[in-house]
Design a protein around this ligand. Structure first.
Ligand code: C5J
Length: 221
């Protein structure tokens, strides 16, 4: 067992039963012209997570730990897109419409792809999810069970939306989650700070929080 110095207390994990989950590091959220920018956000805010996440990903791969990537997006025929989600925000260019990187948040389009810096490699499952949570309407839970995964190291974007939703879903399913504070990001600095506090408050009501340096220290042993 390895121990990460975390908040609210040490996170102890077995690397063979732990997966790194990288949530929605897609062009649609991180690059100009995608869904994130069309919602009115400054997408450069999310780029802080890329470099620390690359280091964590390389380390975890070297340790032969499981890596899982997720992408938020919908079928090209939009059959899995709730009307409430399609119309939310009254956007002139919204989900399913043609944007600079192809149709917004649609599987197979350029904007839906994971950014080059964090490209999945062979053997790393990619979970395509239609919602904010990574468990909703996906096969994530059966993949975790089939690989005997008990604990998750959670990273990606955005902290208060898809990361939070996934951590809450995982927590209710009995998984222990460590969220890496510098490997998650938000368009809103105040949401980043409060979102992380919410996870570890009340004795770790949803999980643990630590900087990636604490995980790397634990893995260097
Ligand atoms: C959002 C996400 N923010 N990946 N998605 O719509 O957090």
């Amino acid at each position: 067992m390895l121990t990460v110095k975390a908040t609210p207390y040490d996170f102890t994990f077995d690397p063979t039963n732990t997966a790194l989950v990288i949530i929605d590091m897609q062009r649609d959220f991180l690059e100009p012209g995608g869904f994130g920018e069309l919602l009115g956000n400054d997408v450069s805010q999310l780029r802080t997570a890329i470099a620390p996440l690359q280091t964590v990903l390389n380390t975890v791969r070297a340790k032969q730990m499981m890596v899982i990537h997720t992408r938020e997006g919908h079928r090209p025929d939009l059959a899995d897109l709730p009307e409430a989600k399609r119309t939310r925000g009254n956007l002139s260019c919204g989900i399913g419409d043609a944007g600079p990187m192809g149709r917004i948040l649609i599987r197979g389009e350029a904007g839906h792809e994971i950014i080059d810096e964090l490209k999945p490699i062979a053997g790393e499952p990619i979970i395509d999810k239609p919602g904010k949570g990574s468990f909703h309407a996906t096969d994530l839970e059966s993949i975790l069970k089939n690989h005997n995964i008990k604990q998750l190291i959670v990273t990606g974007v955005t902290t208060e939306v898809c990361v939070h939703t996934t951590v809450r879903e995982a927590n209710d399913r009995g998984y222990e989650c460590l969220v890496l504070s510098d490997c998650v990001a938000s368009y809103f600095p105040e949401f980043q700070a409060v979102g992380l506090k919410m996870i570890a408050a009340q004795g770790g009501i949803f999980g643990w929080v630590a900087p990636s340096s604490a995980l790397l220290e634990a893995l260097s042993i």
